[in-house]
Structure formats: C-alpha cells, structure tokens
Design a protein. Structure first.
Ligand SMILES: *Cc1c(COP(=O)(O)O)cnc(C)c1O
Length: 466
C-alpha cells in the first residue's frame, strides 16, 4: 500500500516512510492511496474473533509490502498484552440499546494506549530492519505523553523526550510519565506553559541540526497514520459485539484532534454499517460549529474539565476534508491557505452536505459534563471521566433511533481526572486500579529546564544513547 499527501504535492510513500515521517513534506497528512473494503458477508464471518485476530485482519491490508504477516501478528500480540481486561475493549450497557465502550484498560488508563502501544512496537520493528535509531520528542499537557512513554519504553531503537509544562499538569498525569524507569526515557519539565513546550517541539522538527549525525526525529502525535489505523479496530470490534454488521450501529466520540472519530469514518468506509458518527466537543467547539453551521473559524482556547479535548483546530480534520473534496489536493491546499491567512474557511455546499450525511455533532459544556457524571452515578453507580461523559451526553442528545445500538466511547478512566469527578459530587478521589495504587509512592525522575529552546536541545543532544 502506498501513501499520498492530502496536499497532493509530495510523491507517494511506503507505509514505513509515512509512519516514520509523520507530516508530509508538502505540509499535508498521509492517507492511504485507497481504502480497503470488506463485504458484509466477510465482516459477518469475523463474529466471535478475538480482538487480536480482528486487528490483524483489519490492519494488514494497510501494510502489505512493508510488514510481514508473521511480524504483524507478533506486534499486535505484544501491543495488547499489557491491557488489564481479557476483552481488551469491553462494552458496558448503560441504557436501552446504549453501551459504553471502555477504552481505558491499557497501561496509562486512556484510549491513546490502543494506538501508542501498537506504534511503539511497530516503530521498533521498522527501525530494527533499517538498522536505524531515532529520537521521539513530544509535548504534552496530559494523556499523550504518558501513553507515548509507555509505548516506547521497551524500544531499543528509540530515545524518547517528553516535554511538559513544569508544575502545570495534574499529579496523576505527571506521575504516569515520571515514574517510568528506562535509560531511553527522558521527562523534561519546562519552566513555561504548554504552548512553549509545543513551540519547542515544532522548532526542533523544523531544524534538526542539533541532533547527532544520522539521527532524525519521529512524531508520535495524533497525525501519525499508524495511530489512526490502530483505532479502526475497536469500531469493528464493538459493532460485531452488539449484532453488527446485520444491525447498524451509531458511535458517539468525545473529540479533540479528530483522530479517534476519523478512525470510525474509516471503519464505515471499509464496509462496516454505521448509521451515524457523533462528534462530541467541549467548549472548544470548532468541529461542532463547522458541521452544524459551516463555521470553521479559530477561537481562543478555553480550558475545560476535559483537557485532552482542549484544542483550537483539529489537526486530523484535513484528512476528512480531502475525501469530502474528492481527494483533490489543490482544493485542500487552497482551503488551508485561506485558513492560515484568515483563521477560517467555509466548506462548499456539496462537501458540507456530505459531512452532514455522515456526522452529527454536539457541544457539551463543563456544566453538562458534570451533570452527566452526577446523573450516571446516581442512576447506576457507573463513574465516568469527564471526556467519556461528553461522549455519552452527545450520544443521547444526537440520537435519532431507539432501535439501533448507540455505542459511546469512554476514553479515560475516572481516576485520571479526580478533580472533575469530585466537582461532580463524587465524595472521594476515584480509586486507581490495584496495579497502579502505589503510583503516589513511586520514585519520580524528571529534569527541569529553562524555557529556552537552545538549553532544551542541548539537554536532548547530551542524553541520546549511542
Ligand atoms: C486524546 C483524547 C481525546 C481526543 O481524541 P482525538 O483523537 O484527539 O479526537 C479524548 N479523550 C481523551 C481521554 C483523550 O486522551
């Protein structure tokens, strides 16, 4: 399978190059040249398969020519062996024909483990074959950093440096990163805010001359194609579990950078009967404004109770736009140019109609988020984290059929967001799972660096393994 850019300029790449490059050289995002399609009969024949078997069947067409079947099976087995639930992604019924898909049983208790556990093992294999070593750097205000560190901790060919704003992330999230021990793992606490961290990462990708000879940076943020691909699997898994493909299902997805829900769109494109894909946003509602009122304009960032969805622009939306505009790279180039110049764009009427045929959207503010956590706990003692609460609230609000199952994605464990959960009226900090209950007693390791690009780059260069 070859990969092309949404801006249409750069030459098609192999799967391995697309994964190792991250952003395409023309500024676009990589997408597969064609989307594999399965018939309803074939999907039906997968009923009863394990999560790993499904993952292999669904992902292998995207990697033909680059990863052998045997190797892919090994990577999948390794990626999901650390999940603390036999089902990997269990469904919990919360109402009439309504389920929550729990995606938080991985090592860092958030759905990002599905992609990053897979990506870590995949990268290590690709690098082993090429006899190459790389440096992963990323900035985090929350879930991404810990999931990336857990994903890369056993990778022999990767040094990972994660920047977080010093004293500005929650203690659970910091400890999930800083208590992981490994000579290739480096946590940098920058004396600045999240934007400062992110700008340093961007600048480092732009000019990699601070790295030793022969090393390059690899991006593991949500635009990396392999992350999207790994997330397609649980849409099939969940639908098959509640009677699909004969029964159409809908999914409600708490959305930030549009990576998770874009995987749902791909599942539908691959042949899975999905009735509606529901975009749930918090107060950072650019996607909701775009789908409901053709207003794709940048507004200032709002700090919400669901921080992992606090974005001004959804980076993966460009991948959907590419399809909505008939895979016309020039059209996307033009839209993005308008956006960079004016901070907004409008979709043409066909693209907007097509988007509305696929997606519904709903904005759930902090007050509704808290009310959803409170009500759900009062009714069934099921405790939601604030992100998952947005998914459930959006699913209920946008629901059009009581007959088709509604599956709401639960993206984090409530123990990751104790403040929001307490604000909703829960009397204590929600308990961490047993295997993590000593998190607050573990030793931490991180380096504090000034808010200065040169200093941070010097630290990175000095700590890369040979
Ligand atoms: C990252 C994240 C999201 C948003 O996912 P996108 O792929 O960016 O839309 C939602 N919930 C949690 C808990 C997350 O960590």
């Amino acid at each position: 399978m070859k990969y092309i850019s949404t801006r249409g300029v750069c030459a098609p790449q192999t799967f391995a190059d697309a994964v190792l490059t991250g952003l395409a050289p023309d500024g676009g995002l990589f997408v597969p040249e064609s989307i594999p399609h399965f018939s309803e009969d074939e999907i039906s024949s997968w009923r009863g398969w394990s999560y790993e078997e499904l993952a292999f069947r669904i992902m292998s067409p995207y990697m033909t020519g680059d990863v052998s079947e045997q190797k892919l099976r090994e990577i999948i087995a390794a990626a999901y062996s650390g999940f603390r639930h036999r089902a990997i992604a269990p469904l919990v019924q919360t109402g009439h024909n309504e389920w929550v898909l729990e995606l938080f049983h991985g090592p860092t208790l958030a759905f990002k483990d599905f992609a990053l556990q897979f990506l870590g093992h995949l990268l290590d294999h690709l690098l082993e074959e090429r006899e190459q070593k790389v440096v992963v750097i990323g900035a985090t205000s929350g879930d991404t950093g810990s999931a990336a560190i857990e994903g890369c901790r056993r990778c022999k060919n990767i040094d990972i440096f994660i920047l977080h704003p010093h004293q500005r992330i929650s203690e659970v999230q910091r400890r999930q990163m800083t208590t992981v021990v490994g000579s290739n793992i480096h946590n940098i606490a920058v004396e600045g805010n999240f934007d400062d961290c992110q700008n340093m990462v961007k600048a480092s990708f732009g000019d990699q001359s601070f790295l030793p000879e022969g090393r390059q940076l690899v991006a593991v943020n949500s635009i990396n194609w392999a992350r999207i691909m790994a997330q397609i699997v649980y849409y099939f898994w969940a639908a098959l579990s509640v009677g699909g493909p004969q029964r159409q299902v809908s999914f409600s997805v708490p959305t930030g950078n549009f990576g998770d829900i874009f995987a749902g769109y791909l599942a539908k494109t691959m042949g899975l009967p999905i009735e509606r894909l529901i975009i749930g946003t918090n107060a950072n509602d650019i996607l909701h404004r775009c789908i409901s009122g053709n207003d794709h304009s940048k507004k200032p960032l709002v700090h919400s109770l669901s921080p992992s969805m606090d974005i001004m622009v959804s980076s993966n939306f460009e991948r959907l736009l590419f399809d909505l505009y008939g895979r016309d790279g020039d059209a996307i180039q033009e839209l993005m140019e308008t956006f960079n110049r004016t901070g907004k764009f409008e979709l043409d009427s066909t693209a907007l109609e097509d988007a509305k045929a696929l997606f519904s959207s709903c904005r759930v503010d902090d007050e509704q988020t808290l009310a959803t956590i409170r009500d759900e706990y009062a009714v069934s003692e099921y405790l939601l984290d604030p992100h998952s609460a947005i998914g459930l609230a959006a699913g209920r609000q946008c629901r059009t059929s009581a007959i088709d199952p509604m599956i709401c994605l639960a993206t984090a464990h409530p123990a990751k967001f104790p403040d929001a959960v307490r604000q909703a009226g829960y009397p204590n900090n929600p308990p961490l799972p047993q295997h993590m209950s000593d998190l607050f007693k573990r030793d931490e390791s991180f380096d504090i660096q000034p808010n200065d690009l040169a200093a941070v780059q010097k630290f990175i260069a000095a700590n890369i393994s040979v």
